[in-house]
Design a binder for this molecule. Structure first.
Ligand code: SF4
Length: 89
């Protein structure tokens, strides 16, 4: 997280690792039960919108986890849910 310019006290950004975990849990059959809650949490302060796509995280990840792929995927899920919520109101 140290390499992420957005991961600091000012933004309160949850960071790439957390977003990647959300992707993992949302795809897991058991984890899907809380999918909406996870995505709603990423719409709030310090959520996915704080990512500036600097790509530092994916460049330095020692495990070569496709973090920016996860950020893009979860970003799409968040957007889809946000739009759905707009029409649900
Ligand atoms: S892409 Fe950049 S801003 Fe986004 S989590 Fe990775 S290092 Fe941080």
């Amino acid at each position: 997280m140290e390499a992420c310019p957005q991961f600091n006290e000012d933004t309160g950004f949850v960071g790439a690792a957390t977003i990647s975990q959300v992707r993992l849990f949302n795809t897991h059959p058991t984890g899907q039960a809380l999918k909406r809650e996870r995505l709603s949490a990423l719409m709030g302060d310090g959520g996915i919108q704080e990512c500036g796509y600097a790509q530092n995280c994916v460049e330095i990840c020692p495990k070569e986890i496709p973090l920016t792929t996860s950020i893009a995927d979860v970003g799409g899920q968040v957007m889809k849910q946000a739009l759905g919520d707009l029409f649900r109101k």
